[in-house]
Design a binder for this molecule. Structure first.
Ligand SMILES: Cc1ncc(COP(=O)(O)O)c(C=O)c1O
Length: 496
């Protein structure tokens, strides 16, 4: 480490700085990053003190040892902070004399009116969607795999890589798709992404032009609709019935569409399974229109009753269908690893689109995820959490049915991690909004998943990753508030 010249004496003659700690240091204000290293926080506090004029150009700073003692830091932290002040032009050092505030201070960038940015991240409150049960055994296995991979960290992590991601994980995913979904594909057809929306963005950029229409289920997954619109395409809402997306309506609403985004194995949010007839109709349309179908199979690993229908990609043998999968639910969302399986004819274009967007995925976690799949730890974790989720689903559905006294109908989904609880379609949408608010529930209003179709009053409620006793208590509260909202709703109906 470079030896910083420091003032030998913190005497009043040498420094006009306030005493006690020696400096008017504010180590807790908004200019300090909580949790940052001591050296960094000290640097930030010293900077603030200098640029706000509390110490003047040319004034000496206390010797590092003195400041360390007075401010309760290790001397090393002070030395590092002083080094950085000098490097950034806030201080100057003279051998034998010490460190001084620079004669000319770098101008402070204007920031007084910086707007307050509020970033909403999904919570984990009652019925929050997207929560997963973090099984301790799975975490331990994952930690061990990550540790081993880090110990063997080598050249394959140090260079630019394949835009599709590691072949090892792609091969493990190809095996998984074959055994879990009967979908046969080569690892070359798989691309790793940071999740479903990332895959959607990459694939659409390879197959569409700005302004092209994309069929989206209505109701549907709002995040996908938003991504499609943000990319400059036109999301066309296509209504859904008990057989899934109404393809005939799609042909009318979006005749020029070149892509359709669907959740056929477990429609989001309604939970219906797309019938075989509709699957074939959709594939016929894609072939006739020269379009592609993006099949989001987000929760197919969580099937509780009955056998699933074959995936669209399986029926189509990956000709006109792009299959989207994610580890956000089967492992945990924080991983940010998803994938798509591509028709052969799209590999080159989608790979080029990926390279143009963000080159290739980070490699550090991929090996550990491949280890989870190849070792059987992934499948074992699925077996354990599937059982927990089934119990959670049943507890939630039974409680809502019993406690709402008929106000809500709660079809029990045979798959997935959420359910829909609905009022009668004659009930005003505001009833659900009031009940949700009064119950302090964090799930969604069913109405918020619609774009153009007439919304149904009700809730979309996540049950995975929530402890059953809390789920039951929250369900009792929501059922009670639903009955109350319905009563006041009905009273105001009569008065008007
Ligand atoms: C319909 C649907 N698709 C995909 C996902 C997963 O998205 P990601 O992989 O980006 O986390 C979710 C998550 O809640 C979802 O509801």
């Amino acid at each position: 480490m470079r030896n910083i010249p420091t003032n030998s004496l913190p005497s009043a003659a040498k420094s006009s700085l306030p005493t006690k700690t020696g400096l008017p240091l504010d180590l807790t204000g908004p200019h300090v990053t909580p949790g940052a290293s001591a050296a960094h926080r000290l640097y930030q506090a010293l900077c603030e003190m200098i640029v706000s004029g509390l110490v003047k150009p040319g004034e000496p700073l206390p010797p590092s040892r003195t400041l360390a003692t007075q401010a309760g830091f290790r001397r090393n932290a002070v030395v590092i902070a002083y080094e950085r002040l000098i490097a950034d032009g806030f201080a100057e050092a003279t051998v034998g004399s010490g460190t001084f505030v620079a004669a000319r201070i770098p101008a402070r960038t204007a920031e007084p009116n910086r707007p307050k940015v509020i970033v909403e991240t999904p919570g984990q409150g009652a019925f929050a969607l997207g929560c997963t049960h973090i099984d301790e055994r799975a975490v331990q296995r994952f930690r061990a795999f990550v540790g081993r991979r880090m110990r063997n960290f080598g050249s394959e992590h140090l260079h630019y890589g394949d835009p599709r991601g590691s072949r090892e994980l792609r091969a493990a995913i190809a095996d998984h798709l074959l055994s879990a979904r009967g979908l046969r594909c080569d690892p070359d057809q798989i691309m790793l992404t940071s999740g479903t929306l990332h895959a959607l963005r990459i694939v659409l950029s390879a197959i569409l032009r700005a302004g092209n229409q994309v069929w989206c289920e209505d109701p549907g997954y709002p995040a996908a609709r938003k991504t499609i619109a943000n990319c400059g395409y036109r999301a066309v809402g296509v209504p859904v019935d008990e057989h899934g997306m109404r393809v005939a309506k799609g042909r009318i609403a979006g005749p020029a569409a070149r892509a359709a985004y669907v959740t056929p194995s477990h429609q989001f949010p309604l939970g219906v399974q797309m019938s075989m007839q509709r699957r074939l109709e959709l594939l016929d349309w894609a072939r006739q229109a020269g379009a592609f179908v993006l099949e989001d199979d987000y929760d197919s690993e969580f099937r509780y009753d009955g056998a699933p229908l074959m995936s669209l990609a399986g029926i189509d043998r990956l000709q006109r269908v792009i299959y989207l999968g994610t580890f956000a639910k089967t492992l945990f969302p924080g991983l940010r690893i998803g994938y798509c399986a591509l028709p052969e004819r799209l590999i080159a274009d989608v790979t080029a689109a990926r390279a143009a967007l963000d080159r290739f995925p980070g490699t550090l976690m991929e090996g550990a995820v491949a280890d989870m799949l190849n070792s059987g730890a992934f499948a074992a974790n699925l077996r354990r959490v599937r059982k927990l989720y089934r119990e959670a689903r049943d507890a939630l559905a039974e409680t809502l049915e019993a406690e709402s006294h008929g106000a809500l109908s709660v079809p029990v989904p045979s798959q997935g991690l959420h359910l829909v609880a609905r009022f009668d379609r004659s009930v005003d949408l505001s009833v659900a909004a009031r009940a949700k608010q009064a119950a302090g529930a964090e799930g969604w209003l069913l109405a918020d998943t619609y774009s153009r179709a007439r919304p149904l009053p009700g809730f979309v409620l996540g049950f995975s990753g929530h402890a059953v006793p809390q789920l039951v208590a929250s369900a009792e509260r929501l059922a009670r508030e639903s009955r109350a909202a319905l009563r006041t709703g009905n009273r105001s109906d009569r008065q008007t």
